[in-house]
Design a protein around this ligand. Structure first.
Ligand code: SF4
Length: 460
């Protein structure tokens, strides 16, 4: 071919490593989208890259270590490293920047949610390619998750000050994204083939509090920046695509009651990820939890009256400083009575910089671990009993994996399972030999067994 193929022109390549939670993943996606829009190549390896970006996590000590190790690895393998993400915002001893103290050779360090700053640093060290391939970037951006599900971040930061958490000190107070932007992004994602949208934030029920529920616009129509309006609209937008909308990180405030009818009517999935953390009012108070004065059990009972299919996932902390045996027993009783479908539990572990470190009554690590184990025993019994109740039912399943067109079966998830954190539905070969399964499509399945945290179904 006679035209300039660019053979003499080196296309700059940026290695990208994404660590951390789904919220960090959406930051990574924004940066990757921008890089691709400007014509950079991206890769998952350090070798051969012109520089490496490490998106870090700084939430728990293990994650800090993993992030620092990865930065060290990238420096050794490549030498040119830009650090972004939660750990980048963390102070080290004496108040300086922690990452810079440990790895003084990094080129730049930013906190989370800093696409522009990261891009500025990239431009400085690896100039923009001459001819941006803007057209190569799909309208929905670059997603790191499989094509059929995507995370939608609706806000950044948090107004609460839970005593065990350092997120607000790293990410700042709540900043809600404009409702019009959020809804447009949702529609673009569905248009690009996304079948499941996972709404994330630090506190989804607080959406819009910072902007006093300001009225924004979507499709020329006014919409309030508020959880209920957001869920209604997302449900409407998802409907023509037959797609799911799943809500994460919802606190049990009274106004969430208004969202439950949307679940009953099928607008959003009857799935609530509510991080309760504990059930005893005194422990909740020491934790400084939002909605700690609410009657969580009564609230759950009411939600289930309105929408009996509702599935509740939650996380808890066992062995919080000062937790008495009686307080812990209250937590176990709550778990049994509330019949939490999916419960995760951490043994309390001090996080550097968290206010809870000052609380009296730190329990010995062995006791914290023992309580976690006791908790998980009850949680598993509840979860397994609930899963068994599904045997014989027919469920809609979103297919995540289906080798050979699913003739030998595959793996999917029902409305009760969020990707990566919950169980799955193991799909057996379809009942009819002519039926095939495809990743990212729905199938109906008759549930024939429960296996640990998973179900087994026959596609019909
Ligand atoms: S609600 Fe509490 S635990 Fe969650 S991010 Fe805010 S301060 Fe941290």
């Amino acid at each position: 071919m006679g035209e300039n193929t660019g053979m003499s022109e080196h296309i700059p390549t940026v290695g990208f490593v994404s660590l951390g939670c789904p919220k960090a993943l959406t930051d990574s996606e924004l940066i990757l989208t921008q890089l691709r829009a400007e014509g950079y190549e991206t890769s998952k390896t350090y070798a051969g890259a012109d520089l490496v970006i490490v998106n870090t996590c700084g939430f728990i000590d293990d994650a800090v270590k993993e992030s620092l190790d990865t930065i060290g690895e990238a420096l050794a393998a490549n030498g040119k490293v830009i650090v972004t993400g939660c750990l980048g915002a963390k102070a080290g001893e004496g108040g300086g920047n922690l990452v810079r103290q440990i790895h003084p050779k990094v080129l730049a360090v930013t906190g989370p949610h800093a696409t522009q700053e990261v891009m500025d640093a990239v431009h400085l060290h690896v100039p923009k390619p001459h001819d941006p391939f803007i057209d190569l970037v799909p309208a929905y951006g670059v997603k790191l998750t499989p094509r059929h599900y995507a995370y939608l971040k609706i806000s950044e930061g948090c107004n609460h000050r839970c005593s065990f958490c350092i997120i607000p000190s790293m990410r700042g107070d709540l900043v809600s994204r404009p409702i019009g932007d959020v809804l447009n992004e949702a529609r673009a994602l569905f248009e690009s083939g996304v079948k499941e949208l996972l709404v994330i934030s630090q506190d989804t029920s607080a959406y819009g509090v910072d902007v006093k529920y300001r009225t924004g616009f979507f499709d020329g129509q006014p919409v309030k920046t508020r959880m209920l309006d957001l869920c209604e609209r997302l449900g409407q937008i998802a409907e023509p695509y037959g797609a799911w909308v799943r809500l994460h990180y919802v606190y049990p405030y009274p106004h969430v009651d208004d969202v439950v009818p949307l679940m009953a009517s099928g607008r959003v999935l009857p799935y609530l990820d509510v991080p309760f953390q504990h059930a005893h009012p005194d422990v909740l108070r020491r934790m400084k939890r939002p909605a700690s004065g609410e009657r969580n059990l009564e609230r759950l009972v009411r939600w289930r009256e309105i929408c009996p299919e509702i599935v509740v996932r939650s996380t808890f902390i066992a062995g919080f400083p000062g937790e008495t045996e009686a307080e812990f027993e209250t937590l176990l009783d709550f778990l049994r009575e509330a019949r939490i479908d999916r419960a995760g539990c951490f043994a309390y572990s001090p996080v550097e910089g968290a206010a809870a470190n000052e609380l009296p009554g730190l329990l010995p690590q062995a006791e914290r671990e023992a309580r976690r184990a006791r908790f998980m025993e009850v949680a598993e019994a509840v979860s397994i009993a609930k899963l068994r109740e599904r045997v014989g039912a027919t469920m809609q399943v979103l297919v995540d994996s289906a080798p050979a067109l699913g003739r030998k079966g595959g793996v999917g998830r029902s409305y009760a399972d969020a990707p990566e954190i919950d169980g799955t539905v193991r799909l057996l070969p379809p009942e009819k030999a002519s039926k095939t399964l495809k990743v990212g499509e729905f199938t109906r399945a008759r549930i024939v067994a429960a296996e640990g945290h998973d179900l087994v179904g026959v596609p019909i």
